[in-house]
Design a protein around this ligand. Structure first.
Ligand code: ZN
Ligand code: ZN
Length: 146
């Protein structure tokens, strides 16, 4: 499991290096992204930031997330049915497991999956520059609901 504090420090350092201001709202967004395994949407981040900073606007959250995305500090997962989701813990391409009922998203820790890009590259001669691998299913909690 990743260390949220280490990931947070990393993001703060990157932002400072590039001369970006660290407002309290921006810090709150970073903290949420560094500690959220559940791949939150911008709206979900907004709801949580609003608890401590009621004056925050959705646009502010959106701008911060977009900035982090452009810097390669957050991975954006786009879906055709709307709602993009974000991974600030692992900001590089990796496989995802998505529950089609509750929209829970997690990173499956399966060793063979991490070897896939090299395998694909080896057997096709391609240089793999990016990848997108999504598994859709019903999570154990939703299975229990019948
Ligand atoms: Zn579910
Ligand atoms: Zn992820």
């Amino acid at each position: 499991m990743a260390d949220p504090q280490a990931r947070l420090d990393e993001m703060i350092t990157r932002l400072k290096e590039r001369g970006h201001r660290l407002t309290p709202q921006r810090m709150a967004v970073l903290k949420i992204l560094a500690a959220s395994e559940e791949h939150p949407s911008v709206e979900q981040i907004y709801e949580r930031v609003k608890v401590d900073f009621p004056m925050t606007s959705l646009a502010t959250i959106y701008k911060t997330v977009t900035l982090l995305k452009e810097m390669g500090e957050v991975l954006e997962l786009g879906f055709s049915d709307g709602g993009n989701r974000y991974d600030g813990i692992r900001p590089y391409p990796h496989p995802h497991l998505i529950c089609t009922k509750c929209r829970n998203i997690m990173d499956p820790e399966v060793p063979t999956l991490s070897e896939l890009p090299q395998e694909v590259s080896r057997s096709t001669g391609y240089w793999i520059v990016s990848q997108r691998l999504d598994f859709f299913g019903i999570c154990p909690q939703c299975q229990g609901k019948g």
